[in-house]
Design a protein around this ligand. Structure first.
Ligand code: ZN
Length: 160
């Protein structure tokens, strides 16, 4: 999970901890990392770069810079997180626990429910047409789990 922080706040905190660093240089590095990120350029491993970490290390993602899998309250510039929420795959550990909703795969990555393949069977099922978010979430998980199966099975199927 990230702790979102504005550029100004981060600069203040960083300079308090590293009084010998130059404010101007630090801001330039943040801008450069944000430009890099906003242009869609990635870490050499393919992940989004970590702006805050990239101010003191070569541009890279959290994992490549720290060797740890997921941030645990580490700072990240808020504008970069806004973008990540819209486009990137989110891991459950990187999300604010108060805002977690939706469904996640076995590795903890959020499943984009819009991209789950619809099954012909579902289109003839009562459940597909009732407005029950919890049922629909279960249906989506079932469809996601069997996305690569030849034959789709569903124990909750109710013929229309
Ligand atoms: Zn990386």
């Amino acid at each position: 999970m990230w702790t979102p922080i504005s550029i100004d706040q981060y600069v203040k905190i960083h300079l308090r901890k590293n009084p010998n660093d130059q404010e101007k240089t630090l801001k330039m590095r943040i801008d450069a990392a944000l430009d890099y990120y906003n242009n869609g350029l990635k870490c050499r491993c393919g992940n989004d770069i970590w702006i805050v970490g990239s101010t003191t290390a070569p541009f890279g993602c959290f994992r490549c810079i720290t060797g740890k899998d997921h941030p645990r309250g580490d700072y990240e510039i808020d504008s970069a997180l806004d973008k990540r929420d819209k486009d990137g795959r989110r891991h459950i550990d990187e999300m604010d626990p108060r805002k977690i909703n939706g469904i996640f795969d076995d590795d903890g990555y959020e499943i984009n429910q819009k991209t789950i393949k619809m099954q012909p069977l579902c289109l003839t099922c009562m459940k597909y047409y009732i407005d029950d978010l919890e049922e629909q979430m279960l249906c989506n998980l079932n469809r996601h789990d069997q996305a690569d199966e030849k034959e789709f099975k569903c124990g909750a199927y109710e013929k229309l």
